[in-house]
Design a protein around this ligand. Structure first.
Ligand code: AMP
Length: 364
């Protein structure tokens, strides 16, 4: 089997690493000559919307998938008319636009923060009468890791926040005073079979994920599974999907979903019977899905902007290091490490050591 992947970054790299034991081969399309999955498959070097390369990708692949959601709609449609594409273009279209995404959540009874579409300073001022303070303004499209977002605390913030968006369509949403952020990752295969991972509890700083802990017997697990199951069914989804949620007053509220493998599920490589990467491949190849049962107690720490030495990292007991082979650059995820232990005390102690190393090199 040959899987084509749009994008050859770290997510594509980890998908490929999970595919080799299953005998899967890979073709990547990526505009960057030094994209970090390149060495794990054939690399078609060029733009994501180059018709010749897209035709070649479709031609050479039994199924095409992607590692990021901002694939232009016409590219996904073109691929889908030439080969199997999972997840289907519809999931991309919903995930790419925060307004369509939130409306879709509400239509299938998944609660979200109150929100309103805004396309001018006047409409923002008007929307704030119903949304209330504080609030967050976000560009509708092309936003990730907190990019294109501003916190609105007082009416004085409105003009500068709107100016920062350079006139792109946006949504303004109520700030959720959450007690924690969690995500659920699930997989659905072509036959409609679904599996769900235990929740991850996630800590973000400056809008970027820093640490994820795998939750045990979480009281919110059933509600999260119900939400993600409705979402995957409504989208007729195939592949791994991640749903990011806020917990507030014992309820879960949806923030956004990613139609792909997700950073908050990297712990599944060492911490689950089947990783999210392997289950993504099983799902899109319509193979039986693997068990998501947790193995040990796990947490993952991201390295952003820089790296300690490998010696320092591997000196931490039970640390499993994943270097992405990327040049360090401000705000760029260059590696993660997962700790797996038998006890929570040991886990917390070792995660603190790992986080201290990550904070030393963190540049934002
Ligand atoms: P996003 O790009 O929408 O995932 O936002 C990045 C991060 O900003 C989230 O993980 C939260 O920590 C924070 N955030 C986003 N939206 C809200 C909100 N409505 N209320 C509170 N915090 C938020």
């Amino acid at each position: 089997m040959i899987v084509g992947v749009l994008g050859a970054g770290q997510l594509a790299r980890m998908i490929a690493l999970a595919g080799y034991p299953l005998g899967v081969k890979f073709v990547f399309l990526d505009p960057s000559a030094d994209a970090c999955a390149n060495s794990l498959g054939e690399h078609l070097l060029g733009a994501y919307d180059d018709p010749r390369l897209l035709a070649e990708l479709a031609d050479r692949s039994d199924v095409v998938t992607y590692e990021f959601e901002n694939v232009p709609a016409h590219v996904a449609e073109f691929l889908a008319s030439h080969t199997q594409v999972h997840p289907a273009p519809k999931a991309l279209a919903v995930a790419q636009d925060r307004l369509i995404e939130k409306t879709f959540f509400n239509d299938i009874d998944i609660p979200t923060p109150a929100y309103s579409a805004v396309d001018s300073l006047e409409s923002l001022e008007l929307a704030m009468n119903t949304i209330g303070w504080p609030a967050i303004i976000k560009s509708r499209t092309m936003g990730y890791d907190g990019k294109g977002q501003s916190l609105l605390k007082t009416p004085d913030d409105l003009a500068s926040a709107w100016a920062l968006l350079h006139g792109v369509p946006a949504i303004v949403e109520a700030f959720v005073p959450f007690s924690r952020e969690v995500s659920i990752i699930a997989a659905r295969n072509v036959s409609g079979e679904m599996v769900f991972y235990p929740l991850s509890e996630n800590v973000h700083r400056a809008g970027i994920l820093r640490v994820s802990h795998r939750c045990a017997n979480d009281p919110m697990q059933a509600q999260a599974e119900a939400y993600i199951s409705s979402l995957m069914t409504a989208l007729d989804y195939v592949g791994v999907l991640a749903l990011e949620l806020f917990e507030v007053n014992g309820q879960l509220i949806a923030n956004e979903f990613a139609p792909r493998v997700h950073n908050s599920g990297h712990w599944t490589i060492e911490g689950a019977e089947t990783s999210q990467f392997e289950n993504h491949l099983r799902a899109i190849l319509d193979l039986p899905l693997g068990a998501t049962t947790a193995v040990g107690k796990t947490a993952m720490v991201n390295f952003i902007g820089g790296l300690p030495t490998t010696e320092e990292l591997l000196a931490i007991p039970h640390a499993h290091l994943h270097l992405y082979d990327k040049e360090p650059r401000k705000g760029r995820k260059v590696a993660h490490a997962t700790i797996r232990t038998e006890t929570t005390e040991e886990l917390n102690e070792l995660v603190a050591q790992l986080s201290a190393l990550a904070d030393q090199v963190d540049d934002c």
